[in-house]
Design a protein around this ligand. Structure first.
Ligand code: SAH
Length: 234
């Protein structure tokens, strides 16, 4: 089987792998456990100045990435039979969830288009069947940082990158709850000690305490996660 791979179309290919070239993701990249390729949208620009954008139809501020330029880049780099999901990073998209990340991490990889300026001509989003994915309810200046976050979340689940620690089902969002609190040495820190139960060696008690803490923290901080009607699906 070929390794998990991310293909990115962007005006700033030099932003990749960026931080993903370091730490565990970076080690995995060097060991060939996953691949990344960033393609320059500018190469498909029109005219002497390789223009990739133009003014919005109907007027208004800013510039819009041209449909024909984006389509050419997609057709050159993402073959029609490419099994990877084609995603457009966009504040209008479905919010990225751990469930989506899990699904993409066990697949062949992801194909990501990074928007810039005001965004992308609507027709190419439809014509190339791009699925819009958002990092959250705020506006970034481009899709690149969102793409890095999405890839990071996927890659840490790719087998061999993080060992067992990322696959455990006690992490935040796995099982629909936020994670319980962690403690390590020293036992006493600025007058606060590690909860006695965690030093008891009683694994059953520890598991029950952690579960209760997960539920308490989720109830306090993210009650929306406890409402089954709101459980997000990929
Ligand atoms: N005018 C747009 C925002 C454009 S921001 C609007 O109001 O919806 C420029 C680019 O940054 C977008 O095309 C997108 O690729 C990226 N971007 C901005 N915010 C994002 C977010 N929350 N999630 C994912 N990508 C985002």
């Amino acid at each position: 089987m070929t390794a998990w791979s991310a293909s990115i179309i962007t005006l700033f290919p030099e932003m990749f792998p960026g931080p993903l070239g370091l730490s565990l993701a970076g080690e995995g990249l060097k060991r060939g456990l996953w691949h990344i390729e960033a393609h320059d949208l500018r190469a498909f620009g029109r005219g002497r100045h390789r223009a990739v954008d133009d003014t919005p139809a109907g007027g208004g501020a800013g510039m819009v990435l041209r449909a024909d330029v984006v389509a050419d880049a997609i057709d050159a780099h993402w073959p029609a039979d490419d099994p990877r999901p084609r995603l457009l990073l966009s504040p209008r998209g479905a919010p990225l969830t751990q469930a989506m990340v899990r699904q993409w991490a066990i697949g062949p990889g992801v194909a990501l288009l990074c928007g810039r300026f005001e965004g992308v001509d609507e027709r190419v989003i439809a014509a190339r069947r791009l699925t819009e994915i958002s990092l959250g309810d705020y506006v970034l200046s481009g899709g690149e940082i969102a793409a890095l976050a999405l890839i990071d979340a996927c890659v840490r689940l790719v087998p061999g990158i993080m060992g067992a620690s990322a696959s455990g089902d006690d992490e935040s969002f796995e099982g629909g709850l936020l994670e319980y609190p962690h403690f390590t040495r020293p036992v006493a820190f600025e007058g606060m000690t590690i909860p006695e139960v965690l030093r008891s060696g009683d694994h059953g008690r520890i598991a029950r305490w952690r579960r209760a803490e997960s539920e308490r923290i989720t109830r306090e901080r993210r009650p929306d996660l406890l409402n089954p009607a709101k459980v997000e699906r990929p």
